[in-house]
Design a protein around this ligand. Sequence first.
Ligand code: SF4
Length: 359
Amino acid sequence: MEWLHAYRDAERVGRLVDFLATLELPPVRFMEVCGTHTVAISRHGLRSLLPETIALTSGPGCPVCVTAGAEIDRFVKAAELDGVILATFGDLLRVPGSRGSLQEARSGGADVRPVYSTLDALALARDNPGRQVVFAGVGFETTAPTVAAALAMAHRQQIGNFSVLSAHKIMPPALELLASDPEISIDGLLCPGHVSVLIGAAAYRPLVEKYRIPCVIAGFEPLDILEGVAMLALQVKENRAEVEIAYRRAVSEEGNRRAMELLAEVFAPCGAEWRGLGSIEGSGLELRGEWAAYDAGLRFGLGLGKSVEPAGCLCGAVLRSVRQPTDCRLFGAACTPARPVGPCMVSSEGACAARYLYG
Ligand code: SF4
């Protein structure tokens, strides 16, 4: 039956492409907020299927890319502490800070361990009672609840040698900043399916009501993305600004309440620095008072310094969507996935890596 599904998919793609052409839109720019969308769009060549008047541009939805240089420096400082095992996701290891990357710290003798989940980091703490295990937490509403769950488990199991250095961020305040910036000039947002499973479609309504910007939540298959673009295009054509869901098989209006309640129980919103976007009030997550004992920043006295960007790197402007990866003079020459200069080339979800690998 696989051929039948492929045939039906091809038919639907054809219909969506024809539909987009018949709309005859003036030039519009839609931002795919999420790094997973960025990669899928490049990998499947979706831009080539769109009318010339519809441009897709990448946003700040790659968690590794938006982690500020100062946060990377703090992770490196934690890794270099005596007796500490620093656990984090593999994508983060090669992101450069002003003191080098976690990978370089590891080469210098620091005990840095890539893990697949926060629970793996907790298991490290359980298996190494004589060591302190610090989890370097990055990511949005998709990953932060798993950190909250791991902390709740650490508390229940009285695992005291586990702590978290949070660089977690939440998406709506960053989207509001982008929507209010006249330099960025976006006609619609293709919103991330996985984040929306957690936060629900309702989370985007204040943004849509305040800035009249169309939002469509889309999944990650090529057809999902094309459908999302077609729904955005139709909103523009009909002069509507609404939140619509093109990913109904996973996303609801209210999201995953249990996960969001757990998140709110453990974390509180705080100001956070985003690479490229600067400091945004209420866009970060810090451990609430009763969970502060698990805050590695407090436990080890690790403050945040000042961010320093790699020389010549335009990642900040790429993440704000005011520059494209190919505008950077280092792109494909001094900066490649094998020898990345900035985080957008390090991360598998980075706009520069996607453009380099898939064109
Ligand atoms: Fe930064 Fe490299 Fe992208 Fe240039 S090509 S913006 S140096 S990651």
